[in-house]
Design a binder for this molecule. Structure first.
Ligand code: FAD
Ligand code: 2HG
Ligand code: ZN
Length: 496
């Protein structure tokens, strides 16, 4: 059984890597610096960053990492792997949270790290064409210098690649305003398992010439091919951004505040994020040097952001909204602060963005990424606490010995997306079996999705049926078989 995942056996139809294979790849890519990393020992330090995932829950045994720098090279690599039955894991920034980006056994890692050119930018429409390996933050800086912004933003922006974002259909912090990548991605260039290059790299807002095939690859998590380039519609970077953090007493009030925000500042609202007291405490205790401000104590926190074209008007509007929220007969907000400048705004955002890493730093972090109707969103956290307490794993008379140390909830309230993080002392079968499938059954009962934005990866193939009907799953298998008949693309992931 592979480390961190569900029980699965190595697919015997895949070839084992031989010196001849390595020699072939060296001929193909080896004249370029760092394009082939090979070691006889998969625990070799040079391979470790590619074999281990971000949360250190999953670990593969690959001996070979390839870094092609052109689409033609990706095509040659895959054509050869296809002919030789060698399994491949596409890898971007390796920030994925469901074990999808690292090998399960000895699959070859195909890293997009050197596919990092920006091919084109249209400064009228804001459409940028970038190769898959461009780091999200670099892409945002690039379009930012030209008066635009990436519609996508997330805590891992300094490491994740735009190709990885598209492959996971990452959501992030501004879906509420700019929608999902299914809307912002206008085109893709993709290399299929047999090396075929499919050019869907259009830069058109409208194109109804039959099936919209690129949509299949958005969120396909490397299981259908390698995305080599992305055409992305970027919105104008507006001159005024206002950010406030607010203390809220109950989850009901968080929802009331959300309804009021949409009603009163809806046209400039760009983010509505929430977290609970435990999340705040984790950030303050686990990442004390991260520079995030110490906040007022509260059961819940809301970060609200507006983006608009007139700083004075937007600020006044937000202040008036908050005053009204505090003056209500039952105030929606107990306390709060609006950032005075961009440095403070950044610090407010860092508090929110650091929660994921703070929870990961605190111990063995089980991450659940659920979407469901907003009114029941936080019930999952309360129910998880009660459930794990009842199992004797959490909140016992001897908390120093509890296998589960923290249970916390936060997320993208505006999208109905909760991140439930269960921080244990270690990843153990006892804790895993106490939470799974309980958490997925709970989600199914509440008409939710077992993956809101992180994907399925190696963590959830057996739970896809909790959110998709049998016919949908059959069609997914059919698509996989058609595009990757030998199943060499990211095996053991997404589908089981
Ligand atoms: P990787 O982790 O390398 O890969 C992810 C998956 O995509 C794998 O299955 C891989 O095989 C596949 N893949 C990667 N590149 C390609 C390619 N070019 N072609 C085909 N397949 C490919 N996610 C959200 O949705 N919202 C968030 O707010 C968010 N915040 C995060 C915050 C932190 C601190 C961290 C660590 C992660 C966060 N994530 C979030 C998870 C998110 O999935 C990733 O950060 C990001 O989208 C993955 O990009 P990556 O380049 O790191 O991909
Ligand atoms: C976020 O919104 C990310 O911070 C990560 O999606 C969530 O770590 C997590 O569970
Ligand atoms: Zn998220």
């Amino acid at each position: 059984m592979p480390a961190g995942g569900h029980p699965v056996a190595r697919n015997a139809s895949f070839a084992r890597l031989t010196p001849q294979h390595v020699e072939h790849f060296r001929k193909l890519l080896g004249h370029e610096v760092n394009s082939v990393t090979y070691a006889t020992d998969p625990d070799d330090m040079n391979l470790l960053p590619y074999n281990v995932d971000w949360i250190k829950k999953y670990r593969g045994q690959s001996q070979l990492v390839l870094k092609p720098s052109t689409t033609a090279q990706v095509s040659q690599v895959l054509a050869y792997c296809h002919a030789e039955n060698l399994a491949v894991v596409p890898q971007g920034g390796n920030t994925g949270l469901v074990g999808g980006s690292v090998p399960v056994f000895d699959e070859i890692v195909l890293s997009t790290g050197r596919l990092n050119a920006i091919r084109h930018f249209d400064d009228v429409s804001g459409i940028v064409v970038a190769e898959a390996g461009v780091v999200l933050e670099s892409l945002d800086n690039y379009v930012g210098e030209r008066g635009f912004m990436c519609p996508l933003d997330l805590g891992a922006k300094g490491s994740c690649h735009i190709g990885g974002n598209v492959a996971t259909n990452a959501g992030g912090l501004r879906v509420l305003r700019y929608g999902s990548l299914h809307g912002s991605v206008l085109g893709l260039e993709v290399v299929l398992a047999d090396g075929t290059v499919v050019d869907m790299l259009r830069t058109l807002r409208k194109d109804n010439t039959g099936y919209d095939l690129k949509q299949l690859f958005i969120g396909s998590e490397g299981s259908l091919g390698v995305i080599t380039a992305v055409s992305l519609l970027t919105p104008p970077r507006l001159p005024s951004t206002q950010v406030g953090i607010f203390a809220v007493s109950t989850f009901e009030d968080v929802q009331r505040l959300f309804i009021a925000a949409r009603r009163h500042v809806g046209e400039i609202l760009s983010a509505f994020e929430f977290w609970d007291r435990t999340s705040q405490q984790l950030v303050e205790t686990q990442l004390p040097t991260a520079g995030t401000p110490h906040l007022f104590d509260a059961p819940f926190y809301v970060l609200l952001e507006t983006q608009g074209s007139d700083a004075d008007m937007d600020r006044e509007k937000l202040e008036r909204f908050i005053e009204r929220a505090m003056d209500e007969q039952k105030p929606l907000v107990e306390n709060g602060a609006i950032a005075q400048d961009q440095t403070q705004a950044r610090a407010f955002w860092e508090t929110r963005e650091n929660i994921s890493d703070a929870a990961t730093t605190a111990g063995a972090c089980y991450k659940y990424d659920i979407s469901m109707p907003v009114p029941v969103l936080y019930d999952l956290v309360n129910d998880a606490k009660a459930h794990l307490k009842q199992k004797g794993l959490y909140d016992s008379a001897q908390p120093d010995q509890d296998p589960v140390r923290f249970i916390t909830g936060y997320g993208h309230l505006g999208d109905g997306n909760l991140h439930l993080n269960v921080v244990a002392r270690d990843f153990t079968p006892e804790v895993t079996q106490a939470i799974e499938p309980w958490v997925y059954e709970w989600t199914q009962r509440h008409q939710g999705s077992v993956s809101a934005e992180h994907g399925v990866g190696f963590m959830k193939p057996k739970y896809v049926s909790y959110s998709k009907d049998e016919h949908s799953i059959r069609i997914m298998h059919g698509i996989k078989a058609m595009l990757d008949p030998k199943g060499i693309m990211n095996p053991y992931k997404v589908l089981q």
